[in-house]
Design a protein around this ligand. Structure first.
Ligand SMILES: *Cc1c(COP(=O)(O)O)cnc(C)c1O
Length: 373
């Protein structure tokens, strides 16, 4: 079946005896045993598994073409489960512009236990020079945050296979609609479900999808169930509900994103637009190859500096000045001041999450904000 159909029907496995058309919210933390001590409902205790979470996991594994999925209470918890599953002393190659929350985990929580190199992963050829005897994993994020850099997943998958390394991909900016890293060689895909998958800025969550049920995956499932950083049934219910419209929401984000990027690209007050859908993007050809469309995330450099960028975020009215991304409402953010004093993000960079308002209104809003510079 096609994606739009799966998004609606792959999440409707559980049939209740009250005739509900959509799966009800099941809040029970514990489940009946039968005379032989078994669990006829398939669940024992809701941290281990529960009906709403199992449905979400099945749905996400289906949409991302994987074998299984573990859902977590946040994207950060999902990523952390991967790092926790590695043996102490393991070496990881991670992107130099890795999502800052993961960079922070690796530099603080895993400082003593893991060995990490932050590398520009857009240059796949030079990655092999960082591989050491204790290297076990390459972690990639594409499109990356906040510069929307694209890494060639197929080339990276081949390199990882050659060196028997795990390839993990943070695919949050693409969502399961725009790319399928598993089909290009990734072993694990990570999503912050807080973003496009949730899509309404009202659920926090994360997910990992595996290509195969191997020993690493067993360790990750154990970390999920015994570590306990799990989403609540209500979070899972909301995510399953949101995924039903994900294919159509992503189409809107992509077409609004492209139109806004093209408008900003020709504006005299804009120094640069980072959007993988523009032919001027350095990895546009790779993006065209591995993504079905380019999403609603972009960053722009405002001519001038920090002051001019701040003026623009304060002048726009439809773009809420707030962090996060992937929701139906447009957001704008001055990244450098969010990331703090040790950031490498340029002071005149604004990150934009294009929402589902009419694009004419979004363009008009930017037009008035930029005209006063
Ligand atoms: C938001 C985000 C995360 C972290 O997810 P949370 O749900 O906020 O914990 C990880 N990677 C990327 C690319 C993100 O945008």
């Amino acid at each position: 079946m096609k994606t739009e159909t799966l998004a609606i029907h792959a999440g409707n496995l559980v049939k209740s005896n009250t005739g509900d058309v959509t799966q009800p919210l099941s809040l029970s933390t514990t489940f009946f045993r039968d005379e032989n001590g078994g669990y006829p409902g398939g669940h024992m205790y809701s941290r281990v598994s529960n009906p709403n979470r199992s449905t979400l996991e099945h749905l996400l594994a289906t949409l991302d073409k994987g074998a299984d999925c573990c859902a977590f209470s946040s994207g950060n918890a999902a990523g952390m489960a991967v790092f926790q599953a590695l043996k102490p002393g393991s070496h990881i190659i991670a992107p130099d512009d890795m999502y800052w929350g993961f960079k922070k985990q690796l530099q603080t929580i895993f400082k003593e236990s893991l060995d990490i190199d932050f590398v520009d992963l857009t240059n796949v050829e030079q990655i092999s020079s960082f591989i050491k005897p204790n290297t076990v994993m390459i972690w990639v994020e594409t499109p990356s945050n906040p510069l929307l850099k694209i890494t060639d997943l197929k080339a990276l998958g081949t390199l990882a296979k050659q060196h028997k390394l795990i390839l993990a991909c943070d695919s949050t900016f693409a969502s399961p609609m725009l790319q399928h890293p598993i089909t290009l060689g990734a072993d694990i895909v990570m999503h912050s479900t807080t973003k496009y998958i949730g899509g309404h800025s009202d659920v926090l969550g994360g997910a990992l999808i595996t290509a195969k049920q191997d020993e690493l995956w067993a360790r990750i499932r154990n970390i999920q169930q015994i570590g306990g950083a799990v989403p609540s049934p209500f979070d899972c219910f909301l995510l399953v509900r949101s995924i039903k419209t994900l294919p159509y929401r992503m189409r809107g984000h992509c077409s609004n994103g492209m139109a806004l990027a093209q408008y900003l690209d020709q504006h005299p007050q804009i120094e640069a637009v980072y959007y993988p859908g523009l032919p001027s993007h350095p990895q546009h050809e790779i993006a065209k190859e591995q993504m079905s469309d380019f999403g609603g995330m972009m960053s722009v450099l405002i001519k001038g500096g920090f002051e001019e960028a701040k003026q623009v975020v304060n002048k726009v009215k439809l773009f809420a000045q707030a962090t996060s991304l992937g929701g139906i409402e447009s957001l704008i953010e001055h990244r450098a001041s969010v990331e703090g004093p040790d950031t490498k993000t340029p002071g005149n960079l604004l990150r934009i999450s294009v929402g589902l308002e009419h694009v004419d209104d979004l363009i008009a809003d930017f037009n008035q904000a930029l005209s006063e510079l």
